[in-house]
Ligand binder design. Structure first.
Ligand code: ADP
Length: 455
């Protein structure tokens, strides 16, 4: 079932239930009111008759019958019967009918004094009238033709009212549900036209206020991010091919050079040495690419645990200096932490160590003294690790681009590297919900500050 039909059905059911309950209540109240009013009329009739018969000397039975029959307010199928204490009928407003009332009914009237019941379709009341020690039982019955026909009319009116009301409700329900969901159908149509090839398309954001407009805004946001990711991936693939082609072309030209003419042993050695250097560079590049791919693959799956950021930093320093003994790394605290909690962050030990290794490696690599200084500090919310060097530095324009894969500043081209480390580093810091700030002056040095929210 579509949402439109479900909303229309629910709406119709609610309104129909209210209408039905309302109609039933009106009908029941009217029926009760009619019955009570009719019983009152019957009682008045019975009392008047008995008073005329017993208390007004001038009125005898025959006159009373004449009066009864000629009363303008006579009820339909009206009968008034009066019985004495021996259940003998002493007055009947009708002669031509066989009167047959059970003694048990008369006894019930004597006990209860006032009863309201019915005889077939007729309403019947019984009253006990006591005078001069005589107990007379009055039974009065009639058919409430006027009241019942009013009730039938009411029933018919309510029935038609219900039918028309529910039909209109269903129609309006379908119409309004369709109207309110139309923007969703339109969004749906627009979304189906978006494919990987035209991610630059955007959905109509309508009035930018209601829920559907907000959905469109969010989907547009998602499309923007997807488009960026697609473009990044596309340029990454073309840059990667370019990066791989350069050393491969160098390898090929060296091999061609070697094949041009017969070579001496030292010439062979020189060419093989060059080939080895180029092969090493290719292996290094492939390894970096592999590392980037693995980081991107696993980045969302890795669980974070409480770890001490300063311990990861010391581990990174030890690993790096073991591999490059000429690197000098000095670490100090702005103030000695009062508790280990100050440097505790939610993180992954291996990946956080990788972040610090990349930053320390760059700082040592791009400074002639191969020295990096690290300062650890904390405040109420964050733990900061600032890696500084007095090396070649960067311009503002370089700082804006160094996190792009393969970007290398012009002054860094003499140093070994592929321009991938910092893009991995930035993604890993993102994973740790942290941020990275860069300050640098060309020729004077750089400071990379990692800030991580502590626990
Ligand atoms: P790589 O160091 O392999 O070139 P990175 O991604 O680590 O790749 O760095 C990207 C670029 O950022 C470097 O090529 C360099 O231009 C610049 N850079 C990074 N760290 C420093 C630093 N400490 N001093 C100067 N330049 C740096």
């Amino acid at each position: 079932m579509t949402i439109r039909n479900r909303i229309a059905l629910q709406f119709s059911l609610i309104v129909a239930s209210i209408l039905i309950v309302f109609s039933i209540v009106i009908y029941v109240v009217s029926a009760t009111y009619r019955r009570e009013e009719f019983y009152d009329r019957l009682k008045n009739k019975g009392r008047t008759t008995v008073r005329f018969l017993v208390e007004v000397k001038e009125v005898d039975r025959d006159l009373l019958k004449i009066i009864d029959r000629n009363t303008l307010t006579a009820l339909f199928d009206e009968k008034v019967l009066i019985f004495d204490e021996r259940n003998r009928l002493i007055y009947s407003s009708v002669d031509d009918q066989v009167i047959n009332y059970s003694p048990s009914l008369l006894n019930r009237v004597r006990q209860e004094k006032d009863i309201e019941t019915h005889n077939g379709r007729n309403e019947l009341i019984g009253l006990l009238y006591r005078q001069n020690g005589r107990d007379l039982v009055i039974l009065a019955s009639a058919y409430d033709q006027f009241g019942r026909s009013k009730l039938d009319n009411l029933q018919l009116t309510l029935g038609w009212g219900l039918f028309v009301g529910i039909s209109i409700t269903i129609g309006l329900g379908i119409f309004f549900a369709g109207q309110s969901l139309r923007p969703i159908s339109q969004l749906n149509e627009q979304v189906t036209t978006i494919t990987a090839g035209n991610l630059q398309r955007r959905l109509d954001e309508g009035n930018r206020q209601d829920e559907i407009a907000r959905l469109a805004i969010n989907v547009n946001d998602l499309l923007r991010r997807l488009q960026q990711a697609f473009e990044q991936q596309r340029s990454f693939v073309s840059q990667t091919s370019h990066e791989l082609r350069t050393p491969l072309a160098a390898l090929k030209s060296e091999i061609q050079l070697g094949l041009l003419r017969p070579l001496t042993v030292p010439e062979h050695e020189a060419i093989l040495q060059n080939l080895l250097t180029d092969a090493d560079r290719l292996i290094g590049l492939t390894n970096s690419l592999l590392q980037l791919a693995r980081t991107l693959e696993t980045i969302d799956l890795l669980p974070l645990h409480p770890i001490r950021s300063d311990e990861s930093l010391f581990a990174a320093r030890d690993e790096l200096t073991a591999a490059r003994p000429n690197y000098k790394i000095a670490i100090d605290y702005e103030h000695v932490p009062e508790s280990e909690r100050e440097t505790l962050v939610a993180g992954n030990e291996k990946l956080l160590k990788q972040v610090f290794i990349n930053l320390l490696d760059n700082a040592c690599k791009y400074s002639p003294d191969h020295t990096a200084r690290v300062r650890i500090s904390t405040d109420d919310t964050h733990c900061y690790v600032a890696v500084s060097d007095q090396g070649i530095g960067m311009t503002e324009a370089d700082i804006a681009r160094i996190f792009e894969p393969f970007y290398r500043a012009p002054n860094a081209l003499d140093y070994q590297g592929f321009g991938i480390g910092l893009s991995i580093t930035a993604k890993l810091i993102d994973l740790h919900h942290g941020s990275l700030r860069v300050e640098s002056q060309p020729g004077q040095g750089s400071t990379f500050t990692v800030s991580l929210p502590h626990l």
